[in-house]
Design a protein around this ligand. Structure first.
Ligand SMILES: [Fe+2]
Length: 385
């Protein structure tokens, strides 16, 4: 997603014999995207990385199941009321809304992942609303904090070690992959000077060499099912790696917001692009500076997208009755906009302290039974008066 990185020991060229001091051959793992056409990372293992036994899959979250079809309406789901299953993140994820491109859920882990995990279906993008911890992989330890996005590439063997504090993460399982926006790159792939982030705004794994946690079990999610494997040796036996596919953390407050003479559309807040979805970051900022500007978002018909907003904290100028942890879902086909009074009440405002993650989805989103259990039934009517 970002620039190429080299860590630890690597040979001077791809695919040549690379031996340790005793003459033992190291083994390449070519971790490639888009077949062999896309970005890749080559990691060098002490042991053969593909020597694994089939085993029972003893962990994994419940993949989404749709509720019976129902009419479209503005929806509000209170994830702050969600009954969290706890456990490691691999068991604690609760899908809430989904389509063929993205599965939106919440994760409130109460401990570390008890096994290694690889999601063979999707890139995972988390937003850490509360908590922090370490994402461990053979590429190193990636520290993450509250208010970070955490990106885990599809297929990467990893596990999460959350800090022993309350944890609440938004999860976006991006089935067609996720990356930075093309328009924020120049012709070399470097982030443009006028992009809302630069390479230094991201946190990368810290590689310290091979390690053995004593864990040998892995689950791989593929085609919506968890599959179990067992290794004879630690899979974290990498002595060095070289490439452009690795996990990342991005603190949302490193996103550089923009303000205009009048209200700028959400696309200016675009942070990550997934197949069929755009992730936007709304961070505290000065607002529009025309003397008669209406800073509050205008009513609009999202004719192409289902719009989802995850409220992190701050005052939400356009909405009432929502709070930290709320998810609003405004489906395509139904106009939406500010709550009564918010539009006119925003005139003259100089700043907003709202912090939110927005997701525009091109395919209709369906709700899971877990979402229905935390739905606010009065939300649609709350826009009347
Ligand atoms: Fe909207």
């Amino acid at each position: 997603m970002l620039a190429r990185v080299v860590c630890g020991e690597v040979p001077r060229k791809h695919h040549i014999a690379f031996r340790d001091a005793e003459g033992r051959l190291r083994h390449e793992e070519c971790f490639t995207r888009a077949g062999f056409d896309g970005p890749y990372t080559i990691a060098y293992h002490r042991n053969r990385p593909h020597a694994q036994h089939v085993a029972e899959a003893r962990h994994g979250w419940k993949v989404p199941a749709a509720t019976p079809p129902r009419g479209i309406a503005k929806r509000h789901y209170r994830t702050q009321d969600l009954a969290a299953p706890g456990g490691g993140p691999v068991d604690a994820r609760v899908p809430l809304l989904f389509n063929g491109d993205v599965v939106i859920g919440m994760v409130a882990p109460t401990g570390p992942d008890p096994v290694y995990v690889a999601d063979g279906d999707a890139d995972d993008l988390f937003y850490v609303a509360e908590g922090g911890g370490v994402l461990r992989s053979a590429l190193g330890d990636l520290r993450f904090e509250k208010d970070d996005y955490v990106y885990v590439p599809r297929g990467l063997l990893h596990r999460f070690l959350p800090d022993p504090v309350p944890q609440r993460w938004l999860s976006l399982e991006c089935l067609g992959g996720v990356g930075l926006l093309k328009q924020w790159r120049n012709e070399t792939g470097q982030l443009r000077m006028d992009a809302p982030y630069c390479e230094r705004d991201f946190r990368l794994p810290e590689f310290t060499g091979p390690t053995d946690e004593g864990l040998r079990e892995q689950v791989v999610k593929r085609n919506g099912t968890f599959h179990g494997f067992r290794y004879d040796d630690s899979p974290l036996d990498v002595v060095g790696w070289d490439g452009a596919v690795y996990p990342l953390a991005f603190p949302i407050l490193n996103f550089q917001p923009r303000a205009g003479l009048v209200h700028l559309p959400p696309t200016w807040h675009g942070t990550f692009a997934a197949r069929g979805a755009l992730v936007c970051s709304f961070v505290p900022r000065v607002v529009d500076f025309h003397p008669e500007a209406i800073p509050c978002p205008y009513p609009h018909a999202s004719v192409d997208v289902d719009e989802l907003l995850f409220y992190v904290r701050g005052e939400f100028t356009s909405r009432r009755g929502v709070g930290p942890g709320s998810i609003s879902h405004h489906p395509a086909g139904v106009m939406h906009g500010p709550h009564p009074g918010a539009y006119e009440g925003s005139i003259g405002a100089k700043v907003t302290n709202e912090l939110a993650v927005m997701l525009d989805c091109y395919q209709p989103l369906s709700a899971t039974p877990a979402a229905l259990a935390i739905e606010d039934p009065g939300y649609q009517e709350s826009f009347i008066r």
